[in-house]
Design a protein around this ligand. Sequence first.
Ligand code: PLP
Length: 391
Amino acid sequence: MKYDKFATKAVHGGQHPDPSTGSVVTPIYASSTFVFKSAEQGAARFEGKEKGFIYTRLGNPTVKALEDSLALLEGGQTARAAATGMGAITAAVMAVAKKGDHIVAGDTLYGGTHKLITDILKQYGVEHTLVDSGDPDNFEKATQPNTKLIYIESPSNPLLKLTDMKAVAGIAKKHGIVTVMDNTFMSPYNQRPIEHGIDVVVHSLTKSLSGHSDMVGGAVIASNDFMKQMDPVFKNMGATMGAWDAWLTLRGIKTLHVRWDRINENSVKVAEFLEGHPKVDHVNYPGLKSFPQYELGKRQMDGPGGMMSFELKGGLEAGRKMMNSVKLCSLAVSLGAVETLISHPPSMTHSIIPKEERLKAGLTDGLVRLSVGIEDVDDIIADLDQALNQT
Ligand code: PLP
């Protein structure tokens, strides 16, 4: 049966009752290798002439169910699940950018991605330019004859700056450049970049899709052609996800839409509370009417999401005092989970970025990041209020 609605895809996508037992839930195929019926069959599978599993680094039935689910949710032709978000991002970027090539990327990236593009790949002869991703013209201006890849996060981590996906995808297509977008902050429930012309979507599955802070994983969702290009990198660098983590992610995805309805709803209330609090200087959140790109967010996102950052009037010291005073919220990195998490990007997730560069991108020392969970919103607000009042 064909179904188009997100909630049905989240519950059923990629999954079928197990043919041998009738098990409703996709089993955890905890096997590193798969038996061939004959030497000829083994050879045919390695040659790609016959479909079927060979060895879990190259493919596994539980992981395949997750990959099919992800492709369906993001609207891509196919997907690969990786051991971590960084494994997925590294494979997607390295599949395109080779020695002598150039990458244009947004200037406020997740710390690990920033390190990959600005330092690690530089050592392999890949150049880069970082641009303010809020204005699509900046991508056009930074394009060179050897530009092969545009890499964006929208909303960006942790300033929540949005990129006009349609505009950037149009620029990239004109120049024959591949676009890769990290959709971790939004999840496919709130935003599906492929619908806006982006070529490749990457995720840290550690976050919203698994949703329970109990695993690490990543994904790449793209066309069959892109995956043919990426597979040699991905399968040989060995960043493949294991069956157990695939199963946990599949379980998380079944409630993605329910969790995210609550996350979207709670977050607007939390952001409005913070914006109105006398100790808070400003709040970055796409769901606030005061957010400079509020209209763009409405146009390309189905909800504002659970991530926000803010700065206290008392700066770094007040922010530290607040983070040390929360009781319900967890002082921890990561995001998109059922529990509310509070963290300090400049000294944690983004500490890998040189200070000068961080400040230039607007990532100031006093910035606090919040990932709103699905607890009762009055309890979240009461906790934040008592912590703010300690500063
Ligand atoms: N992308 C974003 C936006 C992230 O926040 C993170 C991790 O925090 C990653 C990618 C990397 O994911 P992982 O930690 O699963 O490797």
